[in-house]
Structure formats: C-alpha cells, structure tokens
Design a protein around this ligand. Structure first.
Ligand SMILES: Cc1cc2nc3c(=O)[nH]c(=O)nc-3n(C[C@H](O)[C@H](O)[C@H](O)COP(=O)(O)OP(=O)(O)OC[C@H]3O[C@@H](n4cnc5c(N)ncnc54)[C@H](O)[C@@H]3O)c2cc1C
Length: 370
C-alpha cells in the first residue's frame, strides 16, 4: 500500500500587516490640556500637526498668573489621578507635580463654621510647580520645538479649502489684528469648551453646516461660568504661623456667593506671601456674568471676609471671569469624531469637569484619528 501522505496542513493566511495610516496634516484648535494631549499624541504618531491657541501661553483653564506677590492658579487648583494613562503621562515629567497637603478639604457655612466633617484624606491633591500651567507648558515643549504651535492666534472661521475642497482651511486673527488663512488640513480637531466649538462650526461663511453630526451633541453640553477673585496680603508672612485668618488652606463653602477658597501660598514651591484664590459659586457667577469686574470684586471680597474673618486690606484684589469653567452636563463619551467631515472635538466636558477628563478626552480623540 502506497504510503499515504498526510493531508497538507491548512495554510494559515498571514495576518494582514497593520499599516499605519499615512501621515496627515491635522489642525488642533486650543492648547489647553486636552489640545496639548491630543496634538502631542498625533505628533508622536508621525503626523504633521499645527496647533492654534488664542492666548499668549498654553494651558487654558490650567492658567497661572504671575504677580509681584507671587503666582495664582486662576483656574484648576489641583488635580487627582485615577486613569492609568494619565498616571503614565505624569511619569514622563518626574518631579514636576507634587502633592498639596491641604489637610483635607472642609465644608464651611456662610459664617465660616465647619458644617461637614472633613473627609478623610484619600486621593492626593496634585499641583504642578511652579504653577498649574507648568504641566501643559512642559508637555507642549515638543510642539514648540517642532515649530507647530501658534499662540496669540485665534481661529475665527473654518472653511473648505478653496484650492482642495477635500481639505480644510482655517481663518485666524492674531493679537495685533492680522488675519491669515492656513490651508491644507486633512482634519480639524477642536479642543475648546463645547459652546465655542459649536459656535465655530456654525460660523461657516457658506452657511452650510460643517459637521452636522456634531452640532446636536455639542448643544446638549452645559457649562457654568466662574468669577474668580485673587487676593494678596503681603503684610502677613509665613502662613500658618502669622495668619490673618483661618488655619486651613482650602475649603468648599455654602455661602451663596462663594464655592471654594484656597491659600495659594500653602501650595508647594510657591511664594510665602499670603495669597488667596476665591471661586464664586456657579449660580452666582451666572447671575453676575455681565457685571462690572469692580462690582464683582467688592461683593466677593465682602463674602471672603464673612467666611474667613480676614478684614485686612489686600495689596492686590483682582476679579477674573471664566465664561466656560465647569461642566454641569457632560457629553457622556470621550470625544466627538465625524469621520465623514473629518472634524473632531475634545475637552473635559466630554466626560466630566476635571483636568484628567480633559487629558483623557484629548488622548482618545488623537487615537481615534491616528
Ligand atoms: C475656576 C476653575 C477652577 C477649576 N478647578 C479645578 C480643579 O481644582 N481640579 C480639576 O481637575 N479641574 C478644575 N477645573 C477644570 C479644569 O481646569 C479643566 O477641566 C481643564 O483645564 C480643561 O482643559 P481643556 O483643554 O478641555 O479646555 P481649556 O483649558 O478651556 O482649553 C481650551 C483652549 O482653547 C483656547 N481657545 C478658545 N477659543 C479659541 C479659538 N477660537 N482659537 C484658538 N484658541 C482658542 C483657550 O484659550 C484655551 O487655551 C477648574 C476650572 C476653572 C475654570
């Protein structure tokens, strides 16, 4: 009997090699933490990226203001870390962020009495040094080095590229009023708060909706404004030993005007001159959004005295208005991406109201596009 040859083993087809998408030219509008995370990831993936930021510096709501008395974190006061990807990204900047020992955050009534027991210190409250803006600034360094970061450049319009209608062009307005057109983008990624993103998409000169699938979800997101008061008391030095007021460094408040108070000088690597950041409540901020800053300053100073007992005259008192500060109603998914129009959107408002939410959203959008 002829030897039977064993049946040939079925040939496995080699898995198709996953070819990376060819490099594309992508515009990222907004260089807050979401925009920086998004742009960095795309740059690392080999794409050409151009970032537009209307302010002189990156960081957005993680802004830090320098004054003769020391710095103030104008927006985010601290951040917490729950997502492993955010934790890994922070490992790339060792030593930049430090835990802020706030001795747990208490809740005070309108007269400054503790009305809720301080929760046990659990999650670390991280702050970047020397100011919160340093985190975005450090992460944005590869973008600056690649000369793809345009600060002081507001994106005022978005249109189909006139020479190549398959692509996009952006119309920008610089600080000095100069207008420019940047063309040839394969996709445009909006890393802005939801309302400015919605307005930009609705501002097309042609009148045609640019990314109809994005308009409705963007309109559902709600964000509250926040008036923020900065106070410096150089007459009191060494907080904790010579104090003008309370011994605590941070508190939430049920005062109808104030939601949050923090002693800036208690944060790591800050000047010791006693400085406070006071955030108005979302409701009060909304009711007084169009008020004159001097009037807002006076009202918030009065409330600050009621809560802290500090009646000394500050050497610096300044009111700062955030139009889109805190998410009330998030989108409920990590980002928006209209693959047909090739327009995306990301930001904290996609999933929440925290720095980490903004980072995760920017990262997820980049991964969806890359
Ligand atoms: C007062 C306040 C307190 C907060 N406290 C905390 C806190 O303690 N902990 C915490 O985790 N989070 C806090 N947050 C929230 C946190 O700051 C945000 O979640 C996060 O910084 C949002 O990042 P983002 O990149 O999504 O948006 P943004 O930081 O708002 O970035 C958007 C960027 O787009 C730019 N931009 C806007 N329009 C244009 C345009 N047309 N062209 C070009 N650029 C444009 C803006 O200048 C900005 O830089 C606070 C926020 C505020 C305002």
């Amino acid at each position: 009997m002829p030897a039977r040859t064993p049946p040939a083993a079925p040939r496995r087809r080699p898995a198709p090699a996953r070819t990376p998408a060819p490099p594309r030219h992508l515009a990222v509008v907004g260089a807050g933490i979401a925009g920086v995370a998004c742009a960095r990831t795309l740059l690392q993936a080999g794409h050409r990226v151009t970032v537009f930021e209307e302010e002189p510096a990156v960081g957005g709501r993680m802004a830090t203001r320098e004054t003769p008395f020391g710095s103030f974190d104008l927006g985010a006061q601290y951040f917490t870390v729950r997502d492993a990807r955010f934790a890994r990204a922070l490992e790339t900047v060792p030593g930049l962020c430090r835990p802020w020992s706030v001795n747990s955050v208490r809740v005070l009534d309108a007269a400054g009495r503790v009305v809720a027991a301080s929760p046990a210190p659990g999650e670390a409250h991280w702050v970047a040094r020397p100011g919160m803006a340093s985190l975005a600034e450090t992460w944005a360094q590869p973008l600056a080095a690649a000369q793809c970061l345009h600060t002081r450049t507001r994106v005022a319009g978005l249109e189909r590229d006139r020479l190549d209608p398959g692509r996009w062009e952006l119309h920008t307005l610089a600080d000095d009023g100069a207008q420019q057109v940047f063309a040839g983008f394969d996709a445009v990624l909006l890393a802005l708060p939801a309302e400015p993103a919605r307005r930009l998409l609705a501002s097309s000169a042609s009148g045609a909706p640019l990314a109809p699938d994005l308009a409705q979800p963007l309109a559902q997101v709600e964000m509250a404004p926040c008036w923020t008061l900065l106070l410096a008391f150089p007459q009191a030095v060494r907080p904790g030993l010579t104090t003008l007021g309370p011994q605590w460094n941070a508190a939430r408040s049920t005062h109808h005007r104030i939601a949050w108070l923090a002693r800036e000088s208690s944060k790591p690597a800050r000047s010791q001159i006693e400085r406070w950041t006071v955030q108005a409540s979302p409701q009060w901020s909304a009711e007084h959004l169009q008020d004159d800053p001097a009037r807002v300053r006076a009202k918030l100073r009065k409330a600050f005295s009621e809560v802290t007992g500090i009646r000394a005259e500050p050497a610096l008192a300044e009111a700062v208005r955030w139009h889109h500060a805190r998410t009330l109603q998030p989108l409920g998914r990590s980002h928006l991406w209209d693959a047909h129009a090739r327009i995306g959107a990301c930001g904290d408002w996609c999933v929440g109201h925290r720095v980490e939410d903004a980072f995760v959203s920017g990262l997820e959008l980049a991964l969806a596009v890359a």
